[in-house]
Write a protein of this length. Structure first.
Length: 296
């Protein structure tokens, strides 16, 4: 299991304004300009309210170069490692490779395909709000970009992960529907245990899922397909069949490559099993699957 808060730098607002609290080992922790930039981008998201125009970020040339570097290095890997639906979504969404798209641009391209829209997030969004919003076809996305000293690495989800990884999934009708079903599942939950199970299954499917396709293992998880390093390594990890009880109880280190991945036998199998889980799970599901006993 994991805690969503581990993935983000906490954001606070005080008398001195908005502060993003970077970890001691964050690539940008000793860069005052980067820290000021993160604070300003987070403040823009915190000031946004539904119905307002989307905050537009005037990205620096250094930030644009990070985006260009990632696109240049990652997109050829998608041809080799991504599942068919993701590859086709790359063409359909048609994101620019030479500059960072604004979130309203992503929405303009995405909404006609599957109805999904992007909304800004300063950092972590509470589990019930983040997952529940998927039921309304809303995806909360950060707008900051990883530090330019490490363009192919980020210790936390940034705009590159959330647009290149999740955006392409949301541009595919089947994956968009799985996200929507996950949102409906989260909204059904009245207990922390039920909501956490939805989050854990989402982690091992939408974030780090793999599927067998055309005789080989392909990735569909946004976490794999937005990671320059992990996309090269996932086929060497321990691959297990889909098992939702294991997904909800397995212990792992989120700061390293995922050592255990769960594979669907085909895209149809993925849609039936994962979609079926999200469509039917409720607050009693952890007990029915023996999750409490396994976790203990």
């Amino acid at each position: 299991m994991f805690e969503e808060a581990q993935l983000y730098s906490p954001v606070t607002r005080g008398e001195d304004g908005v502060t993003v609290h970077l970890a001691d080992d964050h690539p940008g922790v000793n860069d005052p300009a980067y820290r000021e930039r993160r604070n300003a981008i987070a403040a823009a998201a915190l000031d946004w309210n539904p119905g307002d125009a989307m905050p537009r970020i005037d990205y620096t040339e250094a930030e644009q170069e990070v985006w260009r570097t990632v696109c240049r290095e990652l997109w050829p890997k998608h041809d080799r490692y991504a599942c068919r639906g993701f590859r086709e979504a790359v063409t359909a969404l048609d994101l620019p490779a030479d500059r960072i798209p604004q979130l309203d641009e992503v929405t303009a391209a995405l909404k006609p395909l599957t109805g999904f829209e992007y909304v800004p997030a300063a950092g972590i969004v509470p589990l019930d709000e983040f997952y529940g919003s998927l039921a309304d076809r809303l995806f909360h996305s950060t707008q900051y970009v990883r530090h330019s000293d490490a363009p192919l690495y980020t210790p936390e989800p940034d705009l590159i992960h959330e647009v290149i990884g999740h955006g392409h999934l949301l541009a595919d009708e089947q994956f968009a529907e799985l996200n929507r079903l996950a949102g409906e599942a989260a909204r059904r939950m009245a207990t922390p245990e039920g909501l956490q199970m939805v989050a854990d299954v989402f982690w091992f499917t939408i974030e780090f899922g793999v599927v067998r396709e055309d005789g080989e293992l392909r990735a569909y998880g946004a976490g794999i397909l937005s990671s320059y390093g992990e996309i090269e390594e996932f086929r060497d990890m321990e691959i297990r069949p889909l098992d939702f009880a294991q997904m909800a109880t397995i212990e792992y280190d989120i700061t390293h490559y995922q050592q255990v991945l769960f594979a669907a036998d085909s895209m149809d199998h993925l849609v039936d099993e994962v979609g079926g889980f999200f469509a039917k799970c409720d607050d009693e599901t952890p007990a029915r699957l023996g999750v409490s006993a396994l976790a203990g």
